[in-house]
Design a protein around this ligand. Structure first.
Ligand SMILES: Nc1ncnc2c1ncn2[C@@H]1O[C@H](COP(=O)(O)OP(=O)(O)OP(=O)(O)O)[C@@H](O)[C@H]1O
Length: 321
């Protein structure tokens, strides 16, 4: 299916004085897709997302949401956007339901307030003053307001920060329901598990540039898998093979390490082949690979590896820019 992207950004730039926080970002988000923007603190996520939300003008490049410039043509699209900022400025004196009703009054087609509060698990807190809510409850009220207008495009800036694991999962279910109904979502998060759970695609920002985009599986596949075990002989005693004792393993990157407990750690780009070779090697010598743990890299490992390598690359791209 080819359709125009709902969010389309080309060469976006944003400056604060002489400092450039967003340095030529390209991004497309298609209808019904969730793209998660990841990056370490100060990478430029909020600076970039504010351009797409139309809360600030770009200093260069082109930003389009639903075919419009979200800053200069904001009034034409604002009714189709739902924005959940990192901190919303509610009056603490209003109750939850009063806040929701006030917000509903600003929207063209609000969903029923009771439904929206129930969806985020705040129905039983409707008459509590906002000032008395916990941090996690305030976050859920933010989400209720952002989704009240049934937006075509939803911006979620760290939506589950401060939520307990159960509330976090409830938020994920709500977002998944909106995605299934065709909502397009741009999410920023520091929780890689959240990105793994929700994102169709991930974009990783580093010092104002996107250094990687792709599906979680593709990003993770580029990172070596981990294998760990303790080698024991026929008597059950742990033995520590040197690298020279081990069979030749084709996918192994860097030298296998033995930690203080005698556990051997290696990383390989050919998990199945190298595991098979290791098991054959152990079998032929009547050795056991105890507590064997072999697993693909997590998004977290891929993210940390990318962050290391891109900070080195960044110095080079600075000169080239
Ligand atoms: N109003 C501002 N004036 C000057 N510099 C700013 C301003 N806002 C942000 N910056 C700088 O721009 C860079 C990007 O900040 P931004 O808040 O966009 O990062 P972020 O990826 O959202 O970080 P976090 O994960 O901590 O929210 C940082 O170096 C920050 O110090």
């Amino acid at each position: 299916m080819t359709s125009n992207p709902i969010i389309s950004v080309r060469g976006a730039r944003r400056r604060y004085g002489t400092f450039e926080a967003v340095r030529g970002v390209d991004l497309d988000v298609r209808r019904g897709e969730l793209v998660a923007l990841l990056g370490t603190n100060g990478a430029g996520k909020t600076s970039f997302v504010e351009l797409v939300e139309g809360l600030a003008p770009a200093d260069g490049g082109e930003v389009r949401v639903l075919g419009r410039d979200p800053y200069h043509q904001r009034r034409e699209i604002v009714g189709s956007l739902g924005i959940m900022l990192q901190s919303a400025g509610f009056s603490g004196d209003l109750t939850v339901v009063e806040t929701a009703r006030t917000w509903a009054g600003t929207l063209t087609r609000p969903r029923p307030v009771d439904d929206v509060l129930a969806a985020v698990g705040l129905a039983h807190r409707a008459d509590v003053r906002v000032a008395s809510l916990s941090g996690g409850e305030k976050r859920r009220l933010d989400l209720a307001l952002a989704t009240m207008g049934d937006p075509e495009v939803l911006f979620l800036d760290e939506p589950t920060t401060g939520l307990d694991p159960e509330s976090r999962r409830a938020t994920w279910r709500l977002v998944q329901g909106m995605l299934a109904a065709g909502t397009t979502v741009l999410l920023t998060t520091h929780y890689l598990e959240e990105a793994e759970e929700l994102a169709d695609r991930i974009a990783i920002l580093q010092a104002g540039r996107i250094v990687r985009t792709g599906a979680v599986a593709d990003i993770v596949a580029a990172e070596p898998a981990r294998v760990e075990f303790v080698v024991r002989n026929a008597d059950g005693r742990a033995v520590t093979p040197s690298a020279a004792d081990l069979p030749s393993l084709e996918g192994v990157v860097d030298v296998p390490e033995v930690d203080r407990t005698g556990r051997l750690h290696l990383r390989t780009t050919r998990l199945q082949d190298d595991l098979f070779t290791l098991l054959q090697w152990a079998d032929a010598r009547q050795l056991r690979l105890d507590d064997l743990d072999a697993r693909s890299a997590s998004l977290e490992q891929a993210f940390l590896a990318m962050d290391d390598s891109s900070s080195t690359r960044d110095d080079a791209s600075e000169v080239a820019a």
